[in-house]
Write a protein that binds this ligand. Structure first.
Ligand SMILES: [Zn+2]
Length: 425
């Protein structure tokens, strides 16, 4: 099946335009292939013309489909060339190969001009995320959780005004979407304003989900150049899921060497589900084609990380662990929680829906209570840790996932499964 992307609606036609008759479809499925054979090796730009080189070791019989990102799609072989009508922006080129067992896609950027951050604000959308120009005082809401030292603000001249407002807007969109994924069951502060601040000690970006207001702290270069929207949605996912359910925050209660496996899996569900929702909602929440392309590219990069981690997991016979040893610099649970994410995204792609399964998964997790916390933190209770997400996702997708995870060496406990699953009829 041909997957249509946001950029195919037409050059410079805002996604929100009334001219858009139907909802087009974006899918992560072509990027979840565990044995990718298609590669795009080179894009050269000469004025308005681009040339794309690449290869596919599977040597498919059918020609490749080149979606040039300006509303034009052609079929052919490598190298392929195309001429654009306008050089005022960048374009995302998607190359799709058709194999016997499905399609595989690769996207590349043709940088003819600056990134397009165009949007038309939906008036009904609440303003929830800002990048303040002066530092905002933060207060911790969790005993034992300190506010990082010396957060700063992204000053007036540090971010171009259109980039600042564009990030604020797309984060408002993400907040609305993620609040819905949480069934609205988050603490007051997670429901209200969030701020994005600058933090020189961080290499990337991190969520201070326990601060009031909740904050993201980013490396000074993080919002400059190519903005990684997928990881911003991930951090917001932490802020929302760790503040849920409102009456018993999961994250704060189960922080331990084991808790990352759940909170990281959830943040990864949220970032990809948010991108899927933005790109598959009619009108794309007012984001322009070019802006959608940037969001889409960021998602394709991050789903590649999920795929590669799952592949690494499959190659290690003893790969399963939900214990992140504090004595080592690496997170031993990485490939395990990414395997949970891989299964979630694969199932969501089969259902062509992330929202309903995610809302249901959250609903089961929102029954998390003090007794669960004690079992989760018990170093010996591997069965509980391995089964928590399996039970939640089984409810999420309305299917029994025990066997699927047992085949992946998760020590699933039937007793825990029945108990957790039985909480919601
Ligand atoms: Zn994270």
């Amino acid at each position: 099946m041909k997957r249509l992307g946001c950029t195919q609606l037409g050059l410079l036609l805002a996604c929100a335009s009334a001219a858009v008759a139907s909802v087009d479809e974006f899918s992560f499925a072509p990027y979840l292939d565990l044995e990718p054979t298609l590669s795009v090796s080179l894009v050269t730009v000469h004025g308005l013309s681009v040339r794309v080189e690449g290869s596919d070791t599977a040597r498919p019989e059918k020609p490749f489909v080149f979606d040039w990102g300006d509303g034009t799609t052609t079929e052919g072989r490598f190298p392929a060339t195309h001429s654009y009508k306008s050089a005022d922006r960048s374009y995302t080129i998607t190359v799709t190969a058709t194999h016997d067992d499905g399609t595989e896609s690769v996207t590349v950027r043709a940088a003819l001009g600056p990134p397009d951050y165009g949007f038309q604000r939906l008036q009904s959308l609440p303003r929830r995320v800002s990048i303040p120009k002066s530092v905002v005082p933060l207060r911790t809401t969790m005993p034992g959780y300190a506010i990082t030292e010396k957060p700063e603000a992204f000053a007036e001249d540090e971010l171009q005004p259109n980039v600042r407002t564009a990030i604020e807007y797309v984060m408002d969109v993400a907040h609305q979407i993620e609040l819905d994924f949480c069934n609205g069951d988050v603490t007051e502060q997670a429901r209200g304003p969030h701020v994005i601040l600058k933090q020189r000690q961080f290499a990337g970006c991190a969520s201070q989900w326990y601060s009031d207001p909740p904050s993201f702290e980013c490396h000074p270069g993080y919002l400059v150049g190519e903005v990684d929207f997928s990881s911003l949605f991930h951090e917001l996912g932490h802020s929302m899921t760790l503040n849920s359910p409102a009456k018993y925050r999961i994250g704060g209660k189960i922080d331990s060497p084991m808790s990352g496996a759940v909170s990281e899996a959830l943040a990864n569900f949220f970032q990809h589900a948010t991108i899927y929702r933005i790109l598959n909602t009619e009108g794309h929440w007012g984001l322009s084609d070019g802006f959608c392309a940037l969001v889409r590219e960021a998602g394709i990069r991050s789903i590649g990380v999920v795929r590669n981690a799952h592949k690494a997991y499959l190659s290690e016979p003893d790969g399963y662990t939900m214990y992140n040893d504090p004595a080592t610099p690496r997170d031993e649970t990485f490939n395990t929680f990414m395997t949970v994410v891989y299964v979630f995204c694969s199932l969501a792609e089969e259902h062509r829906d992330y929202r309903t399964p995610l809302k249901r998964t959250m609903r089961l997790l929102q029954t998390f209570n003090e007794a669960d916390e004690a079992r989760f933190l018990d170093r010996e209770n591997e069965g509980f840790r391995a089964t928590l997400m399996v039970a939640a996702m089984s409810y999420g997708f309305d299917t029994d996932l025990r066997e699927r995870f047992r085949k992946l060496h998760f020590p699933v406990s039937d007793a825990v499964y029945e108990e957790l699953r039985g909480r919601i009829k």
